[in-house]
Design a protein around this ligand. Structure first.
Ligand SMILES: C[S@@+](CC[C@H](N)C(=O)[O-])C[C@H]1O[C@@H](n2cnc3c(N)ncnc32)[C@H](O)[C@@H]1O
Length: 216
């Protein structure tokens, strides 16, 4: 076990725990539920989302990648508690068994298709503040396409969260290939209006390292 006092010791502890949490046989992140609905999130990241929703009170949350609907239900439940906001969540896979909630709109289609992008932009036109979460296909190419499609919707002071930047060896799944982390690199090089907010990584373990992008 690394000594936290050594140079780089804390980083090594966090990375070891990250790999244990993500890659060990138990694969805890695949066994996580919100009110009985599966979500592929680290609870520490969900807590950060709760803080973002409380701080920002966005009118609209756009989520790319619905899966079972657990993250959408979580976001909608926090919106209930802060008494504002709605969720538009997009997935290529349709699933009629997802949780129903008055604040959630499910969209069936690819997050980068012209149709879906136009529909989400139309929804955002009437929203004063918008938060965008990217959690669908984690290939670099697809994430870059989502960044191009949705970054402009993020209102100043709000966030564009690029999820699962941890893959491709940052620090898990080193064989993944270029993914969200690499897409963020390309995006930040040409979008100085966004900055990495590492304060949102304060719990040490996050699946989204360098992925909490705040619009100035
Ligand atoms: C990591 S899961 C989403 C997890 C969910 N947000 C949660 O936290 O529980 C990724 C989802 O993205 C969807 N997906 C894959 N490619 C997509 C695309 N091009 N457009 C929209 N969704 C896509 C998959 O069907 C899958 O359900």
């Amino acid at each position: 076990m690394p000594d936290e006092q050594e140079p780089g010791g804390a980083t090594r502890i966090v990375e070891q725990f990250h790999r244990l949490y993500y890659e060990s046989e138990a694969q805890t992140w695949k066994n996580t539920f919100f009110l009985g609905v599966r979500t592929a999130k680290c609870p520490l990241d969900l807590w950060i989302y709760q803080e973002l929703l409380f701080d920002l009170r966005p009118d609209l949350v756009v989520e790319c990648g619905t899966a079972w609907g657990g993250s959408a239900l979580y976001l909608a439940t926090i919106c209930d508690l802060v008494d504002t906001g709605r969720i538009v969540t997009i997935d290529v896979a349709d699933d009629p068994g997802r949780p129903q909630h008055p604040r959630i709109t499910y969209v069936h289609g690819s997050s980068t298709s012209d149709e879906v992008v136009a529909m989400v932009h139309h929804e955002a036109a009437s929203a004063g503040s918008v938060l965008v979460l990217l959690d669908s296909d984690h290939s670099c190419e697809h994430v870059a396409g989502e960044l191009a499609a949705y970054a402009s919707l993020v209102t100043p002071g709000s966030y564009l969260v690029v999820e699962d930047t941890n893959v491709n060896g940052h620090p898990v799944l080193p064989e993944f290939g270029p993914g969200p982390w690499e897409a963020v690199d390309g995006f930040l090089a040409t979008h100085p209006e966004f900055v990495v907010d590492d304060e949102r990584e304060k719990f040490f373990l996050t699946f989204n390292p360098r992925g909490f992008l705040r619009r100035r």
